[in-house]
Structures are given as structure tokens and as C-alpha cells.
Design a protein around this ligand. Structure first.
Ligand code: FAD
Length: 474
């Protein structure tokens, strides 16, 4: 049976089918190396019509299809399940920048375009594509849209959802919807593209997208500031928003232990400030006027923050290299955590006003489950988004790590209960994938889960696309 399927696939998609074990291996395991699946083959179509043909082939043969971009997703959504009765779809050969229209401020690219190449194409046209995240050298535009990726500039420009004007999508029955419109206004009924954005490949294959571009800033200012507590960070955000308004483009919180971890694991790293603080904020402004205007506004903000006692020390980057060094600390956090050992990760969002209260309550809840646990907090606080990661107590042995792994569900539940009590979300930007598919139902209303299941059933009645992800198998 498996042999016949492979023969049929090879015949239909000559030269675009990868079955070699070694070549397939990196596509079967996710970025965090938590999930490994099995698959008949990986197929790399070259045109939208090939994708449609592959989708129809899957429908005819009852084979599941797992779309995969850069495989940088953090919730196990991009790797196949272990049924072995599936195909991985990669758009690696569909990565062209199709059109850049600087007057309409839009860019159209195929779904397999790597995010950094989209940013570069926009820059060559004198424009900015503001979606920016640590994995931008390998994640793809379609992956970003399918996960509704956030990143470091959501505060000013919004999530991937807000940046998208049009999509081309292959539906589970093989039909192609060409919705590549670059319009800011189009009230002609339901906004269908929004259904596919953030759907994590469960409703359609995104083969191309038209996205918004923006003017490039004339000057950027970056500061690394020590703050006495998380409550002060929230006050600093409010102050920065009133002093800088739309020029404030990034506002990241990093806890003292998280900075210490990076300094320990990143060769040559130095703290930008001398003061050791419980929390730090990395903030950035993008000014439309000029360097002098940007500097004056930014320095006025920092002076006001010192006066209010919500900043105790700060360094303002005096060069692009220094700004990059500040950001390197932020971007190195996931790597430093990996080097430190296993941890239980959470990606939550809250009303910004409740962040300080959450950190206090969640910290107490975690200590009740795992006394001595080390908590590393960082995230896009300007968007109310925290990465809240729990590690075993310092000096733990293998036995303690096993115990932590065994109580992972209890730890997460303790945190999620605090999140839910504050009307937050248990997945801010990483999505549901397979990691949270059984948890999410406990934190959404039954009517929400029922609507999601009906939408999945309507689009994909045979359950071909990414089965068991986002919505539990029917
Ligand atoms: P993949 O991981 O390959 O796939 C992700 C999901 O999209 C899967 O469900 C997959 O099936 C689906 N998919 C992929 N291609 C298609 C397609 N053509 N059509 C339909 N569905 C498709 N995320 C953030 O939001 N903000 C961050 O700041 C951030 N920082 C990160 C930093 C690092 C170091 C890493 C490793 C990850 C980070 N992420 C972040 C997560 C990740 O980069 C994003 O989720 C990214 O958008 C995934 O893109 P990808 O191309 O790698 O998609």
C-alpha cells in the first residue's frame, strides 16, 4: 500500500518529491526537538497549480497534508503526526517576491519567501516591512501569516494579521482562491482572508500574500533601562506612549534572572547598565523627522522616567552597533534558556495594566507547585505578551528535572488559571499547534470551540489539512 502510494506520488510530482531518510529527517522534528513525526515524503511544488494538484491527490488517496514553512514554530504545528500516512508540503521553491508597489505601499510575495528576504525587498524600494522576530532568517511569510506572528514591533504596526491585505489560498478540495488585493478598504462581505490567518494551516494552504509597507524611519533610538519592578515597567510604557506616541515601536521587558542567564551563556556579553535590577526594559523609538528630533524626545522621556523613580539606571545606544548589542541580549534569551536546560514555556497575554499583578500571583502559584523553581520572564510587554518560562531549582540533578517534567501540566495549569482569572489568553503569539490543542478547550467558551469545529468541518470535511492541530480531531 505504502509502496503504491509512493509510486503514484512520484509519477504525479516528478522531481519534486523527497523521500530520502536523511533529507526528510530535519522536516520531521520541530525546532524545539519535542515532537517527531513520520511521513511518506516531502513535496516541494513550484506553482500554485502544483499545490492544488497535490491537495487533490491527498484527498483522493486519503492522505493528510502538513504544510511546513521554516519549521521555526514553537507549538509542534509544523511537523507531521506519527501516523506515517501523510505528506509534508514545503513552499521552499515558491519563494519569489512577485511585486513591490511603493506608491500603493504594498508587496506581493509567494508563501515560501523567507521573512528576511521580504524585509530586504521592501528596503530596496525605500520602504519598511515591519514584521520582525528572532527567526526572521528562516521563517516564511506563509508561516508568519498562518501563525499570525507578532514579534517586536506589534506595538506600532500590529500582528501579521494587521499587515496583510490579500491572500492566495488553496482550499482542501483543491480550489484556488486568488484574493491578492492590495486594498485598504473592501467592505464586500466577510473578510475571508482573516479566517486563514492564524489558522495554522488547518483551513487552507497560503501560497501568496500581499502585505502592507510603511515609510522607513528617519532615525531610531534604543535604550536599555533598569526598573525597580514590573509595575514600574508598565508605568514606563504609559509614559513612553504619552511622550513618543506612535514613534514608540518596541517595548520589551526582561527579568533580572533572564538577563543574568544571557550574560552567563553569551560569549563576550556585557550588561548595558551597571545597576543590577529585578527587571529591565528594552525600548525603541522610530522617528519620522530626523536624528535631532528623535534624540530630544527620547532624552526628555528618560529624564521624566528618572524623575518619577520608575527608571533607576539607563543606557541610550549611541550607535547602530550599540543598539544591535542591546537587541542581541533580547534575542539570545531562547538560546540561553536552551543552554541552561529544560524548562516549561508559556506564551501568555494579559491586559497590560495587570502585568505586575500577574507576575506576583503567578510566581506564588508556581512556587506552590514546584518550590525553588526558577522563573524567567521576558516578552513584548507593550502588547501585554509575556514569555513566562519555569526551570528547575538551581543545582537540580537529573531526578529533579524528571520531577519537573512530570509536574509540567500542573505548573502550566497553575499559570493558566491565573491568566484566565485576569481575562488573558494562554497563547499570545505562538499558537495552539499540538502543544495546546487539549488545553485550549478548557480556557475558551464551549460556544467558541463549537464555532471553530464547525468552521474546520465546513472547509475541510475530510480532515486532510494538519489534522489534530488547533481543533481536536472530530
Ligand atoms: P512553520 O513553523 O513551518 O509552521 C508554522 C505553522 O504554519 C504550522 O502550523 C504550519 O502547518 C503552518 N504553515 C506553514 N506554511 C504554511 C502555508 N503555506 N499555508 C498554511 N499553513 C502553513 N513567533 C512570534 O509570533 N513572535 C516572535 O517574536 C517569535 N520569535 C521567535 C524566535 C525564535 C528564535 C524562534 C525559533 C521562533 C520564534 N517565533 C516567534 C515562532 C515562529 O518563528 C513563528 O511562529 C513563525 O511565524 C513560523 O513561521 P515558519 O515559516 O517557520 O512556519
Amino acid at each position: 500500500m505504502a509502496h503504491a502510494l509512493s509510486e503514484s506520488l512520484r509519477a504525479a510530482f516528478q522531481g519534486r518529491v523527497i523521500e530520502d531518510r536523511d533529507a526528510l529527517a530535519p522536516h520531521l522534528t520541530d525546532y524545539r526537538k519535542r515532537w517527531t513525526g513520520r511521513s511518506i515524503a516531502l513535496v516541494q511544488p513550484e506553482r500554485t497549480e502544483d499545490v492544488a494538484a497535490l491537495v487533490r491527490w491527498c484527498g483522493e488517496h486519503g492522505v493528510s497534508l502538513f504544510p511546513q514553512g521554516g519549521n521555526t514554530g514553537l507549538v509542534g504545528g509544523s511537523v507531521p503526526d506519527d501516523s506515517g500516512h501523510s505528506i509534508i508540503l514545503s513552499l521552499a521553491r515558491m519563494n519569489a517576491i512577485v511585486d513591490v508597489d511603493p506608491y500603493n505601499n504594498t508587496l506581493t510575495a509567494q508563501g515560501g519567501a523567507v521573512l528576511a528576504s521580504v524585509q530586504e525587498a521592501a528596503a530596496r524600494a525605500g520602504r519598511l516591512f515591519p514584521l520582525s522576530l528572532g527567526a526572521e532568517g528562516s521563517c516564511t511569510l506563509a508561516g508568519n501569516l498562518s501563525t499570525n506572528a507578532g514579534g517586536i514591533q506589534v506595538l506600532r504596526y500590529g500582528n501579521a494579521r494587521d499587515l496583510c491585505l490579500g491572500l492566495e489560498v488553496v482550499l482542501p478540495d483543491g480550489q484556488v482562491w486568488n484574493g491578492l488585493r492590495g486594498l485598504r478598504k473592501d467592505n464586500t462581505g466577510y473578510d475571508l482572508k482573516q479566517l486563514f490567518i492564524g489558522a495554522e494551516g488547518t483551513l487552507g494552504i497560503i501560497t501568496a500574500a500581499t502585505v502592507k509597507l510603511f515609510p522607513r524611519p528617519a532615525a531610531q533610538m534604543t535604550a536599555f533601562a533598569a526598573v525597580p519592578d514590573a509595575h514600574s515597567a508598565v508605568k514606563l510604557l504609559a509614559l513612553a506612549q504619552s511622550c513618543l506616541s506612535a514613534s514608540l515601536t518596541a517595548f520589551e521587558l526582561i527579568s533580572g534572572p533572564a538577563v543574568a542567564l544571557v550574560l552567563h551563556h553569551m560569549p563576550g556579553a556585557r550588561s548595558p547598565v551597571e545597576t543590577q535590577a529585578p527587571y529591565y526594559v528594552l525600548l525603541e523609538s522610530s522617528d519620522a523627522e530626523n536624528e535631532a528630533h528623535a534624540t530630544a524626545r527620547f532624552e526628555a522621556l528618560m529624564a521624566a522616567a528618572f524623575e518619577d523613580g520608575i527608571v533607576t539606571d539607563a543606557a541610550i545606544a549611541s550607535s547602530l552597533a550599540q543598539s544591535a548589542a542591546f537587541w542581541k541580549i533580547r534575542h539570545h534569551l531562547p538560546e540561553a534558556q536552551t543552554a541552561d536546560g529544560e524548562n516549561v514555556k508559556h506564551d501568555i497575554s494579559l491586559p497590560i495594566s495587570r502585568i505586575g499583578e500577574f507576575i506576583d500571583a503567578a510566581g506564588a502559584a508556581v512556587q506552590r507547585v514546584l518550590p525553588g523553581a526558577r522563573i524567567f520572564v521576558f516578552g513584548h510587554v507593550g502588547d501585554g505578551n509575556l514569555h513566562y518560562n519555569v526551570s528547575a531549582p538551581a543545582g537540580s540533578d537529573a531526578e529533579a528535572y524528571r520531577a519537573m517534567r512530570a509536574s509540567e501540566k500542573t505548573i502550566s495549569q497553575a499559570i493558566y488559571d491565573v491568566v484566565a482569572g485576569m481575562n488573558g489568553s494562554i497563547s499570545a503569539e505562538h499558537g495552539v499547534g499540538q502543544l495546546r490543542v487539549s488545553t485550549v478547550a478548557g480556557y475558551k467558551q464551549p460556544v467558541e470551540m463549537a464555532m471553530m469545529a464547525r468552521i474546520k468541518q465546513l472547509f475541510d470535511p475530510k480532515g486532510i489539512f494538519n489534522p489534530g492541530r488547533v481543533v481536536a480531531r472530530q
